[in-house]
Design a protein around this ligand. Structure first.
Ligand code: C2E
Ligand code: CA
Ligand code: CA
Ligand code: CA
Length: 277
């Protein structure tokens, strides 16, 4: 079943090289999308699978394009990144996600946390720390309930600078997770130096754990390593009961994926909370 509209199918057929007019059109529309309030956040539940408890959500942006329907972030985030529009969009995402999480906490879900994806430009932004402090203050969300997801490629920049920045975030009380873990090119030696709280095992490995011995070996190795290093670990893209069974046996603590739930609009996520997760 498809989450995104027709326009997206058309978009996904080729890169923008062969489709320069469409790219220009989207870029133009992207500039207007914030003020026209065309963005929405969806929330995908994250579970503690050992205790069978809903822990929090990952915020995932959606763009309701007036003509193309729902456009995938995999399409417009890179465009937003290239044009710099990601900076105001990313700030909107952070503020909206923090405000929403605080609202759910006020409704009684006291320990719920929210994960937000950071883009490269946002991460490199000189005043990222200041922006985040301001947003936390404005939304009254305690920093320990905010988690930021970065990727290996973002952390490849200038090692010392990356470590300094991550430490500043950590000192604020924010949690940092390494998204798409296992797909980048950074060495474990390097990763070990980063002040991370969590590894998110990329869904490409999870997808194959039950029919590819190599993927299964990689996943169990990452989980064992994370447990030894006292890093939390999340398995992403868990789609079947069989996947879940494997992860439980490997002592994996956290998971998200279609097996539990697709990303949901705020109202639906709230219904899930009220039903007890
Ligand atoms: P991601 O951060 O790796 O997010 C996980 C993606 O996997 C999401 O796609 C989610 O809907 C999808 N997914 C979740 N469970 C399953 C599953 O069981 N099976 C499969 N096949 N897929 C699953 P989505 O929402 O289309 O987002 C795509 C990417 O766009 C994200 O990948 C992230 O890199 C980026 N993105 C999304 N929202 C934001 C945002 O607010 N800011 C930034 N900078 N990037 C975002
Ligand atoms: Ca993510
Ligand atoms: Ca991911
Ligand atoms: Ca990804």
């Amino acid at each position: 079943e498809k989450e995104y509209g027709e326009g997206v199918y058309r978009l996904q057929q080729g890169d923008f090289g062969a489709n320069a007019r469409l790219r220009l059109e989207l870029e133009h529309d992207l500039r207007k999308a914030l003020e026209r309030e065309e963005f929405e956040l969806y929330y995908q539940p994250q579970y503690d699978i050992q205790r069978n408890e809903l822990m929090g959500a990952e915020a995932l942006i959606r763009w309701h394009h007036p003509k193309h329907g729902m456009v995938s972030p995999a399409q417009f985030i890179p465009l937003a990144e290239e044009t710099g529009l990601i900076v105001p969009i990313g700030e909107w995402v952070l503020r909206t996600a923090c405000r929403q999480n605080k609202q759910w906490q006020r409704a009684g879900f006291l320990h719920l946390s929210i994960s937000v994806n950071l883009s490269l430009r946002q991460f490199q932004k000189h005043n990222l720390i200041g922006d985040i402090k301001r947003i936390l203050k404005e939304t009254e969300l305690e920093s320990k309930f905010l988690e930021l997801e970065i990727t290996e490629s973002m952390a490849m920049d200038n090692v010392e600078r990356v470590i300094r920045k991550l430490n500043e975030l950590k000192d604020l009380g924010i949690r940092i997770s390494m998204d798409d873990f296992g797909t980048g090119y950074s060495s474990l030696q390097y990763l070990r130096r980063l002040p991370l709280h969590k590894l998110k095992i990329d869904q490409s490995f999870i997808r194959d754990i039950n029919h590819d011995a190599d993927s299964a070996a990689i996943v169990s190795t990452i989980i064992a390593m994370a447990n030894h290093l006292r890093l939390e670990v999340v398995a992403e893209g868990v789609e079947t009961a069989q996947d879940l069974q494997f992860l439980l046996l490997q002592d994996c603590r956290h998971a998200q994926g279609y097996h539990f739930s697709k990303p949901l609009p705020a109202m639906e996520f709230e219904r899930l909370l009220n039903e007890g997760g």
